[in-house]
Design a protein around this ligand. Structure first.
Ligand code: ZN
Length: 1055
């Protein structure tokens, strides 16, 4: 998560110092500043001059010679100390190893973590280590440390590892205590030399914030987070107790991570480890790239081999703009390598965009970035599987990289991430993280690496809910780091009565619900501020969070599902935040993008820490209820509330997204929009039930909707209104569906509705009217029951979209025209295009499953034919003869896909069968092998086509390639001689054969061979192709493609 300018080499420091202290340069800049040409300079040039002057002053230029010497000595010393600090942390981390041989000791660790621990053990001389049987090596590297904290049931182990972790680099040769004290002392001296009171002031001199503003923000956030964090701890205790944990009443540092992980699992049933298979690195990167293509109109392409890399795992990429012009490059180094790489993730520049530094001085040198993460490397045949958090991290670092790479500044000194105030530097990165929660984006990347199955909807919902899980605690943690950093650099007196650890403890009292251990030496590994560039700047994470949350809310305001609006907003983001770099004051840049100054409200909303605001609204509502309301208490609408304010205020308060998205209050609200018959919508909001009754219509405009709300409805009035609509407007039954489609709402009113019909019929004197009321109730009941059945079926389909075929097979008769009409109605109830689209696609899948089911009859002939051939093969006198038959069928091009499928599935079921004799199994296996071998020699055109299709990662391109392949056109039309034509059905069959063969193949030959099959990319892409064909084509039949010449060299094994 760090954007770190890491320890600089002394020679470079010296050079920088000379440059920074160059009087001629300083004077030159000052001359420019004072010259009459000043006004003619660009914003970027002015910023460069001004910040260069400021930097020169901060760099000691204005110092007298003797003082400058002292200053330089301090700088050199500080550089050495920072490097020493960092080396100590790395060495201390590396030094700790814990070998575990008894499996009981690491119980609870997930398979991936065990795999990593075994791999580590194996790399340290225990060559035979396996995930299953050990031995396992635990280290203090982030993935290893975290897996123990989160999952080890062994409390003693957790304690041991925790203590080792928080005391890193705090004793013996690697002790950082003196290093820290020395750093703080020298930083203070440096500040004094420059005429400042403390180092924080020096740091803030080039930042957006001031010391007091930063402190103010931290305190504001701290007080908003504290109660929530205390409650988090209480929840944890209660939960641990309920799980029978003996430590429940004394939960401490090595328990909180473990138990919050369990609580998260139980509350959201999301086990981060179980989510890993859905986030394979290749898919995540693919999704990230297509997101930035949509937002910013850029293409990211692999460019491996174009530039040398420092490790074989490192990838190289090229970025092109919409006119296909290269604009930048980046390296990506994804995996953890404990021996040579520190933990965490970061991005930095390799070179920045610059006109001056280009070869010819007229074009520009393109920027290059590097991005480094510490994910679990691929283990065995598994790709790197990521936690959701790691996915966010990749998005985060890529946000930094984007700002570096999409810059339009040609002035190298302010291009990309250069020259940007620290407090604003995390804006693009944290902004990108928000997209991980965006439905389309997330669903696009979350595909199971083995099955290609998408992330189940309920998990997505839980991820959203989990976003605010322990938000108070997490916020406090960051606030602790930020506060201790500011304290040490503003108030701390080196050598004074308070030690650095005293300061840490004092800050912890306000920021940690559980006090730290007496021996806690977290400061000794706080590289951010002692070895990185975050000294008196850690607060900038929070500062930038305010900016980034607010920037994302611009997309929320525009409508996340409105592609056009998102693209426009994305373009504006690119042209301002990403393009202007450090060439403009960050506040001005922000205002250019957002149209106003930043607001902290979106951050509090995203963090679920808006309760105070929400409660004050609730209070307002409930107090106005007691004042103004009593007459509407009839029926069962007693929890309705009068709101003595203008309707638009109420509606806008209630529809305010900041209220809408977070579970705010212990009760729900409904605003009734009863503008029958167009949209009988009952908009449910998570705020108290609101009924606006105390307004005179005079206060309102002409808006009928507002008037109706203002008039207020009791349940009786509500039912009467519905009856009126049904009787007087005589809607078609299709429209009735529209009224009843909101099942949850309708369920609340149905009884009242029927009762009201009945009671009105009972008291009605007009016989015709009486009849009509009775008929109405019966009719509505009929539609109602029908809707119930459809809804139930829809739910089943929604719950297991992968089993649609099975559901159709079981319940073919329920998939009626009425059901599909119902789907259309459901579709119309959704406001967002995305949701509408989802229903429409589900409908299309149902339809194609139904037609596939119904079409089975058509293929009976083909099947019979295949069956006959298969039986003939089985009738052979010997196994050799049978294999020979397969070979000759292949030669005669009669080994068709139906027959191959038949043979494959015969072997598959033979293998599974508990009753079949071994000899029979052996025969099936031989036949299967012979078929596979023959496949190599026949290489049908579909194989060739598949190879071609597998190269498409872009869904649209894939789609159009498929469309070409499936549209042979008329025979007399000129055809592309290079294109391969086939039918969707045939290609679908071949994909099935490939996937089938892969499954069989994998089981019988083990990992090595499966690995050669280039897993899991190809399998995934095959699955995607299969799904695309099923969704888009399977209900349509294209005419049989004419026989094409086969390519004898194509090799099915490659798949
Ligand atoms: Zn960052």
């Amino acid at each position: 998560m760090t954007l770190v300018i890491y320890c600089l080499q002394p020679e470079k420091v010296e050079f920088d110092l000379k440059l920074g202290q160059s009087k001629p340069l300083y004077n030159a800049f000052k001359a420019i500043r004072e010259s009459p040409d000043w006004d003619g300079l660009s914003d970027a040039q002015k910023r460069i001059v001004e910040s260069s002057i400021k930097e020169a002053v901060l760099g000691g230029v204005s110092l007298e010679d003797s003082k400058r010497e002292e200053f330089n000595k301090i700088q050199q010393e500080l550089t050495k100390l920072s490097r020493k600090f960092d080396e100590n942390v790395l060495d201390a981390t590396k030094k700790f190893e814990k070998l575990i041989t008894d499996k009981k000791e690491i119980e609870g660790l997930p398979a991936t973590a065990l795999g990593l621990a075994a791999q580590t053990a194996s790399s340290k001389g225990h060559e035979n280590a396996t995930a299953e049987n050990g031995p396992w090596m635990i280290t203090l590297d982030a993935p290893s440390f975290m897996s123990v904290m989160q999952h080890a049931k062994n409390r003693a182990l957790r304690e041991e590892i925790y203590r080792a972790y928080v005391t890193r680099a705090s004793s013996g040769e690697l002790d950082n205590t003196q290093v820290i004290e020395q750093i703080l002392k020298l930083r203070l001296e440096k500040a004094k030399l420059l005429g400042y009171n403390n180092y924080a002031e020096v740091s803030m001199a080039t930042k957006m914030a001031t010391v007091s503003k930063a402190e103010e923000l931290l305190e504001k956030l701290r007080s908003a987070s504290w109660n929530a964090a205390v409650q988090d701890m209480e929840d944890l205790r209660q939960f641990a107790k309920s799980q029978g944990a003996p430590e429940a009443n004394e939960l401490t540092h090595w328990d909180t991570t473990f138990w919050s992980e369990r609580l998260r699992e139980s509350k959201y049933e999301i086990n981060e480890e179980e989510l890993r298979p859905y986030f394979s690195l290749p898919k995540v990167m693919e999704g990230l790239f297509s997101l930035v293509k949509m937002l910013f109109g850029i293409d990211v392409e692999p460019a491996d081999g174009v530039a040398p890399v420092w490790n074989t795992d490192v990838r190289f990429y090229l970025i092109k703009d919409s006119s296909a012009k290269p604009i930048s490059y980046f390296y990506f180094d994804p995996y953890s390598r404990p021996a040579e790489k520190r933990g965490g993730a970061w991005m930095d520049e390799v070179v920045a965009r610059s006109r001056v530094l280009s070869d010819d001085k007229t074009s520009v040198r393109l920027p290059i970035a590097h991005m480094v993460c510490n994910q679990m490397p691929p283990v065995g045949d598994k790709p790197s599987l990521m936690t959701f958090r790691e996915v966010e991290t990749v998005f985060h670092e890529f946000g930094h990289a984007l700002q570096h790479m999409l810059t339009k500044q040609d002035e190298g000194l302010v291009a990309g991430i250069r020259g940007i105030e620290w407090d604003a530097v995390e804006l693009p990165s944290q902004f990108m993280e928000n997209w991980c929660y965006h439905r389309n984006t997330l669903m696009g990347i979350a595909k199971h690496y083995e099955t290609g199955e998408g992330l189940p909807e309920e998990i997505y919902q839980k991820l959203l809910a989990a976003r605010t899980f322990r938000a108070g605690s997490l916020s406090l943690r960051q606030l602790k780091f930020a506060t201790v950093d500011l304290e040490l650099h503003s108030k701390f007196i080196p050598g004074g009565s308070e030690s650095i650890y005293d300061v840490d403890r004092r800050v912890s009292e306000k920021t940690q619900v559980i006090p730290p251990l007496p021996e806690d030496r977290f400061l000794c590994s706080f590289s951010h501020i002692f070895a990185g560039g975050y000294a008196a700047g850690y607060y900038s994470y929070k500062w930038a969070e305010v900016l980034s949350a607010d920037a994302f809310s611009a997309f929320e305001d525009a409508g996340l599902n409105d592609d056009k609006a998102v693209k426009e907003t994305g373009n504006r983001f690119r042209e301002t935040i990403l393009a202007l770099g450090g060439g403009k004051d960050p506040l001005t840049v922000f205002v250019e993008f957002r149209g106003r100054e930043p607001s902290p409200e979106p951050l509090l909303r995203h963090n679920g820490l808006l309760q105070k605001f929400q409660l004050s609204i609730a209070h307002q509502i409930s107090s106005s209820q007691t004042q103004n309301h009593s007459s509407d208490q009839e029926d069962n609408m007693s929890n309705l509330v009068c709101f003595d304010a203008s309707v638009s205020t109420v509606v806008s308060a209630a529809t305010n997204p900041s209220l809408f998205n977070t579970p705010l209050l212990p009760f729900t609200t409904e605003v009734f929009f009863l503008n029958f018959p167009k949209t009988p919508r009952i908009i449910r909001l998570q705020t108290p039930k609101i009924l606006c009754a105390n307004l005179t219509t005079a206060q309102l405009g002409d808006d009928a909707q507002e008037v109706e709300i203002a008039e207020g409805y009791t349940m009786t009035k509500f039912c009467d209104k519905m009856i009126d609509v049904f009787l007087n407007e005589k809607p078609e039954p299709k429209d009735w569906m529209g009224y009843l489609v909101f099942r949850e709402d309708w369920n609340k009113y149905r009884e009242n509705f029927y009762n009201r019909c009945k009671s009105r019929a009972d008291t009605e004197n007009d016989f015709t009217m009486k009849q009509r009321l009775v008929t109405l109730a019966t009719e509505v009941k009929r539609v109602d029951d029908e809707m119930e059945r459809h809804a139930e079926l829809l739910k089943q389909v929604e719950d297991s979209p992968m089993d649609i075929n099975a559901i159709v097979t079981r319940r073919r008769k329920d998939f009626t025209g009425e059901f599909f009409r119902y789907l259309t109605v459901v579709q119309e109830t959704h406001d967002s295009l995305e949701d509408r689209d989802a229903v429409a696609r589900l409908g299309a899948r149902c339809l194609s499953a139904v037609s596939a089911y119904d079409n089975t009859l058509e293929t009976v002939e083909t099947l019979d034919d295949a069956q006959a051939k298969f039986e003939d093969i089985l009738d052979s006198p010997s196994i050799e003869a049978a294999c020979a038959k397969i070979k000759s069928l292949a030669k005669a091009k009669e080994l068709d896909s139906s027959l191959i499928l038949l043979i494959n599935s015969a072997w598959a079921s033979a293998k599974e069968s508990p009753t079949m004799k071994n000899e029979v199994k052996a025969i099936m296996y031989e036949l299967y092998k012979a078929t596979k071998k023959s496949l190599k020699s026949i290489a049908p055109k579909e194989i060739k086509l598949l190879k071609y299709l597998l190269n498409f990662t872009d869904p649209e391109e894939r789609f159009s390639a498929l469309a070409t392949a499936f549209s042979p056109g008329k025979d007399n039309e000129a055809r592309n001689p290079n294109a391969i034509y086939t039918t969707p059905k045939e290609l679908h069959k071949w994909i099935t054969i490939m996937l089938d063969a892969y499954q069989l193949h994998k089981d019988e030959t083990g990992i090595e061979e499966a690995k050669e099959m280039n897993l899991p990319m190809v399998i995934q892409r095959l699955s995607i192709l299969k799904e695309t064909i099923e969704e888009e084509y399977l209900e349509k039949e294209t005419p049989e493609a004419k026989k094409d010449t086969d390519d004898a060299d194509a090799d099915a094994e490659e798949f």
